[in-house]
Design a protein around this ligand. Structure first.
Ligand SMILES: Nc1ncnc2c1ncn2[C@@H]1O[C@H](COP(=O)(O)OP(=O)(O)OP(=O)(O)O)[C@@H](O)[C@H]1O
Length: 712
């Protein structure tokens, strides 16, 4: 049997082939994998042909059709072959003439290098660099690059660059582990820290002639995967777009497959950096280690039910067996289920609207509505009382109110407490509890129990969880190594919750890492989104633990490029909606699957209006529901909140005018509460950031009237 290795480039080419060619190639590859070295030696059925003038004497082509060739590295031992590309005959000729396989002497990675292209790009960017400008890598020495395995050919060029933009072209040409090292060096982390972060990629002894050993090196695994038998081969070829299942960058692999963390671990990173991917791989790694477990000892939780469903689907795609050990459930359902178990019946849930309306009644009836709104009361209850688990008036008087805008002296606190007490009483009288109250109740039931329901907890979208939910998560698992693995991004916080992990007993100090490579979004969309975040008193980033994250985007990069986002303003909503329809139709005409197009707006009625316009134009549409992601065809439409955690090939954002984004109705008046006003504004900007960064390749933002202040 031949041992086949699949390169990312092969899978990307394969995914683009039309079905007929995919079938043909699949048959060919399957046959290839079944052949013995003797059969391969006789070239039986697989014509591995060398190529005159090929840059690497080990490169071979195989004929797929008259016009299509596969490119294969023949390791030379009669057994190992690397499936590298699928392209037309002419492209294959060019590829063979320019590309070589090398083993990196530092990282032991097998690397594919188009030295001609790298030299050409290096010459271009050297021209662009301003000799008098500040150098991008002024804080680094040449040997820092060499120590992380960056090829000598590019280091002199890197040292003269004066902007991150000049870096983009080169990064796309470098092997992934090298690109990741260069990206890490753009930031300000100590080289030693980067070294540790990529430690799995650095090797002691390297034999630069031993391809088989190189294929096993962690640094190779971002671009090459040794296939483990026929079943895996079939599985990989059945889902060629799901590259995240197979190829992890060194920093991702290091985080997901680390043997053990001595306690809770936290991974942050910008949008699209693979946080969810790492969390899913971590769940798989933990599941594999459990020996004959009873029930499901791993909890994987996230914010919404839709996201939990998406994660469950991905975990199934990665490792179906893991699902028998991992409970994937959103945090509100978890609280609900635990309370039901403890109380023996379904608790009644008080929804936000009900709660807010009750609060409004209370402040009105108490005659304090000119000083305090219903929203203020609910916020004070959630952000101070429930966040600090205050059970009594004395508790409330004892806690700090940092971050709350309106100051309350003792007399005013007493008034507010009375109103909050009344709110809790009315909910209780009605037999209802909010999701946060259920989380508190569930944590209370679990607290005294010595046997906890889970051995490991993995948390996604951590930035939006409330202290009450963190207390619950702390209570479902005993403090032990590998108890909690937490991923999140404070720039994507879209609910008014700013928890501090350490405050709820989750100590991540010394076990934190940040991902920097954006796999989802093109450089252009990413750069636009970041610039947008920086407009009008940029959003303040935190580390999910009450601290500031000063260098939040240092080293954050995307290796892909595409068109600039399109921003289009119109005088009337009708014009805006007509053009939105044209944009979406244009994408579909280009060949984009309608299901890969997401249309977002700030409010439900704006989403409905966009849907009506698309429907009227004869396009198939599908609203994203609150729960259970749909399978039916059609362009996806949802509010910006609903888009959280999802992704689309193209995204259109409708109604991005200054009354809607920020939503006037969701903003506290500056005169009423300056602090809350600023916080609301940040949340609204983060919401636009979340919506924009759902786009992989194309972003269209449109409005009528005055554009959102975040756009200018
Ligand atoms: N190693 C990888 N190889 C290929 N694709 C990857 C890899 N890691 C992540 N991706 C892809 O990048 C995209 C973003 O990944 P993911 O959703 O995990 O990022 P995230 O950081 O959780 O994003 P966000 O915070 O914006 O929701 C996904 O399409 C994922 O499949």
């Amino acid at each position: 049997m031949a041992t086949l290795t699949i390169a990312t480039s092969f899978l990307a080419d394969y995914a683009r082939l039309e079905n007929r060619l995919q079938r043909r190639l699949r048959d060919l590859v399957t046959k290839f994998a079944q052949m013995t070295p003797a059969e391969l030696g006789k070239q039986k059925g697989i014509n591995l042909e060398p190529f005159n003038g090929s840059a690497d004497p080990r490169s071979r082509t195989i004929r797929i059709t008259d016009n299509h060739r596969g490119i294969v590295l023949d390791v030379g031992d009669g057994e190992h072959f690397v499936l590298t590309r699928v392209c037309t005959h002419d492209e294959a000729e060019r590829w063979m003439a320019n590309n070589t396989f090398k083993i990196n002497a530092t990282t032991n990675a097998l690397e594919l290098m188009d030295t001609t292209a790298i030299e050409a790009e290096a010459a271009v960017v050297q021209e662009q660099a301003d000799p008098a400008g500040d150098r991008l890598f002024a804080h680094r020495r040449e040997r820092d690059f060499a120590g992380l395995g960056v090829t000598d050919e590019v280091v002199p060029t890197l040292m003269v660059l004066t902007s991150e933009d000049q870096l983009e072209g080169l990064l796309g040409l470098l092997p992934p582990a090298q690109a990741e090292a260069v990206i890490a060096l753009t930031g300000h982390d100590e080289v030693d820290a980067i070294y540790r972060e990529l430690a799995g990629a650095i090797h002691g002894e390297v034999d630069t002639d031993d391809v088989v050993a190189a294929l096993e090196a962690p640094a190779s695994q971002a671009a090459f995967h040794v296939v483990d038998g026929q079943d895996e081969l079939a599985d990989i070829l059945a889902q060629p777009l799901e590259m995240w299942r197979i190829f992890l960058h060194p920093s991702q692999r290091q985080l997901a497959y680390r043997d053990s963390y001595s306690g809770p671990a936290r991974v942050t990173g910008g949008a699209g950096t693979g946080k969810t991917v790492v969390a899913i791989h971590r769940a798989k790694a933990l599941a594999e280690r459990l020996e004959s477990p009873l029930g499901k000892p791993i909890l994987f939780t996230t914010f919404t039910r839709n996201l939990a469903q998406a994660i469950e689907n991905d975990l199934r795609a990665l490792d179906p067996a893991a699902l028998s050990r991992v409970d994937v459930i959103n945090v509100d359902r978890l609280a609900f289920a635990l309370v039901r178990e403890a109380e023996g019946r379904d608790p009644k849930v008080a929804q936000d609207d009900f709660c807010r309306k009750t609060a409004e009644d209370i402040v009105f009836e108490a005659g304090i509505d000119d000083e305090y709104s219903g929203s203020f009361l609910v916020n004070e209850w959630e952000q101070v009382v429930l966040a600090n688990d205050c059970r009594s008036r004395a508790d409330y008087f004892a806690v700090g109110r940092a971050g709350r805008g309106i100051p309350l002296n003792r007399r005013r606190r007493a008034v507010v407490w009375k109103a909050i007490d009344e709110l809790e009483r009315r909910l209780d009288q009605d037999g209802r509890r909010t999701h946060l109250q259920l989380a508190t109740a569930a944590a209370g039931y679990l607290g005294p129990r010595t046997t906890k329901p889970y051995e490991h907890v993995v948390v996604d979208e951590a930035q939006d969880l409330h202290e009450a939910q963190w207390r619950l998560l702390r209570a479902v698992v005993a403090e032990a190594p590998d108890d909690m693995f937490i991923v999140g991004d404070s720039h994507q916080r879209i609910y008014d919750r700013r928890s501090s992990l350490s405050k709820v007993g989750i100590k991540v100090v010394g076990r934190s890492a940040k991902l920097k490579l954006n796999y989802r979004t093109t450089h252009e969309i990413m750069a636009w989104s970041l610039a947008m975040l920086g407009t009008h008193d940029g959003v303040t980033a935190d580390d999910l633990d009450g601290g500031k994250d000063e260098h939040t985007f240092a080293g954050y990069h995307s290796l892909r490029s595409g068109p600039e986002p399109v921003l289009a303003g119109f005088t009337t909503r009708k014009q805006m909606l007509d053009e939105l329809v044209e944009q979406v139709r244009g994408w579909i005409d280009e060949g984009v699957d309608p299901m890969a197009i997401g249309v977002a707006a700030r409010t439900n009625w704006q989403v409905e209006a966009a849907k009506d316009a698309l429907d009227a134009a004869g396009l198939t549409t599908c609203l994203l529901p609150q729960r259970d992601l749909p399978n039916q065809p059609g362009v996806r439409l949802g509010t910006m909140h609903r888009m959280k955690g999802l992704e689309y090939e193209r995204v259109a954002i409708s109604d991005a005018d200054d009354d809607s984004v920020p939503a006037t109705w969701a903003m506290t008046d500056r005169d009423d509460d300056e602090v809350q006003h600023v916080s609301d504004l940040e949340l609204e900007k983060c919401l636009l950031y979340v919506a924009a960064t759902r786009a992989r390749d194309g972003l269209y933002i449109t409005w009528s009237g005055t554009p959102s202040r975040f756009l200018g």
